[in-house]
Design a protein around this ligand. Structure first.
Ligand SMILES: Nc1nc2c(ncn2[C@@H]2O[C@H](COP(=O)(O)OP(=O)(O)OP(=O)(O)O)[C@@H](O)[C@H]2O)c(=O)[nH]1
Length: 297
């Protein structure tokens, strides 16, 4: 049978081609000790029998207090830049990154949420449908570590239990001496174990660990594609999304959906495809529920 993978867009850059698992930051708080893909995954990739997985994307949500460095981390990972000037995130922002994992094209939708309390209700509307939740804190300000429990709880509330891969990430590693960093990490690793999250210390300024950490994201995201969806037979999800061309807003979004949006929403729900769409729509489309889309390449 022919593969359902459609080559879309230009090939990904070499540093986005993943052939093996990167190492963890510390075995004391690591959720993935394997060095290779699961045998079944490798075989499925070789045979190109992964269904439409290559056309989908996974959703990563980054949460944490204001000023801890969420935006900086994402910018370093996606664009390899660092800006010392602080510009608060208003509500949410996102990036799309393309990868190739074991020969299969794959995209990550990375949602950067605002840490400021006044934007929390907007940002929380985008927690839904995440495969990876990254809870961040500032290694130089351990009060922000205390707040990570609450951030994680809020993000998990919007997702089905056991469906998200969790990370706890300490930022601004460059600002601490080796000893001070180790001290902060002891507490963070303890908390990561309680949360059942994987721990990483990173610096967006120097780029230290950011790349390895980012590589891990997408593998986890890829492995955590919603299972029912992988197996569900959808006649032509890409063309369906293209045909629509109008965005239905998430029912959980703070703004009221328009009539057209609601009609589309019902139509999609009736077709048992997309139940909830994010607002504002990412440039490539994308459903917060099933992550269907086809425009982002
Ligand atoms: N030295 C150092 N500074 C950093 C690092 N990461 C971020 N910063 C600085 O910390 C400040 C806040 O960074 P942001 O990335 O804007 O923080 P944020 O968490 O996105 O903030 P909100 O959008 O308000 O939630 C900025 O001035 C950054 O330059 C880092 O790794 N090292």
């Amino acid at each position: 049978m022919r593969s359902s993978l459609v080559p879309l867009g230009p090939p990904v850059s070499q540093d986005r081609v993943i052939t093996s698992f990167p190492k963890c930051y510390t075995p004391a708080a690591c959720l993935q000790l394997r060095e290779h893909f699961h045998g079944q995954v490798s075989i499925a990739c070789q045979r190109r029998s992964t269904g439409t997985v290559g056309l989908r994307l996974s959703k990563v949500v980054v949460v944490g207090d204001l000023y801890v460095g969420k935006t900086s981390l994402i910018r370093r990972f996606c664009r390899n830049v660092f800006d010392r000037n602080y510009k608060a995130t208003i509500g949410v922002d996102f990036e799309i990154e393309r990868f190739e994992v074991a020969g299969i094209p794959y995209s990550l939708q990375i949602w950067d949420t605002a840490g400021q309390e006044k934007f929390k209700c907007i940002a929380s509307a985008y927690y839904r449908g995440a495969q990876v939740i990254i809870t961040t804190f500032d290694l130089t300000d351990l009060q922000t570590l205390d707040h990570t429990r609450q951030w994680l709880e809020d993000a998990l509330q919007e997702n089905e239990p056991g469906t998200c891969f969790l990370f706890l990430v300490g930022t601004k590693k460059d600002l601490l001496s080796g000893v001070a960093c180790e001290q902060a990490e002891v507490e963070a690793v303890r908390l990561a174990n309680e949360m059942e999250a994987e721990y990483w210390s990173v610096s967006a300024k120097t780029g230290e660990w950011v790349r390895a950490w980012g590589r891990l994201w997408q593998e986890c995201g890829w492995k955590h594609q919603p299972q029912p969806h992988r197996n569900r037979k959808v006649p032509n999800p890409v063309s369906t999304c293209r045909l629509i061309g109008v965005t239905a807003r998430s029912l959980r979004a703070p703004c009221k959906p328009s009539r057209t949006a609601l009609q589309l929403h019902r139509l999609l729900a009736a077709q048992r495809q997309c139940v909830s769409w994010a607002w504002p729509r990412p440039p490539g489309g994308g459903c917060t529920e099933c992550l269907h889309g086809g425009w982002w390449f």
